[in-house]
Write a protein that binds this ligand. Structure first.
Ligand code: TYC
Length: 101
């Protein structure tokens, strides 16, 4: 019989991490009407009139505003859809995404 005892040379440590979330960021511009920005925020991000207005006016005053955080795929899809809604009307409305720290 083979009585050799072997000890493993490497160990596998399994670590499960939450997926990093990505921010959707609204960028101000001089041309898109305020009401249109608010309408897109309500439609694409399921915000109330109040929430949407606050995000819109923050971007308007400061230049940008974080809209919400999602997994990477969802953030990118929503940012693209919201940007396209503006483009369809000829507005330069822009939503970008970036990973959270
Ligand atoms: N600055 C625009 C205006 O005065 C309104 C606006 C707000 C546009 C926020 C884009 O992300 C934006 N009509």
């Amino acid at each position: 019989m083979n009585d050799t005892v072997t000890t493993p040379k490497t160990r596998t440590k399994t670590k499960v991490e939450r997926p990093r979330l990505h921010k959707v960021i609204l960028i101000n511009d001089d041309y898109t009407p305020r009401e249109f920005v608010t309408m897109v925020l309500k439609a694409e991000f399921r915000m109330t009139e109040d929430q949407a207005y606050k995000v819109m006016i923050t971007a308007h005053k400061l230049g940008t505003c974080v809209v919400a955080v999602f997994t990477k795929d969802v953030a990118e899809t929503k940012a693209t859809r919201a940007t396209d809604a503006g483009r369809a009307k000829g507005y330069p409305l822009l939503f970008t995404t970036e990973p959270e720290e």
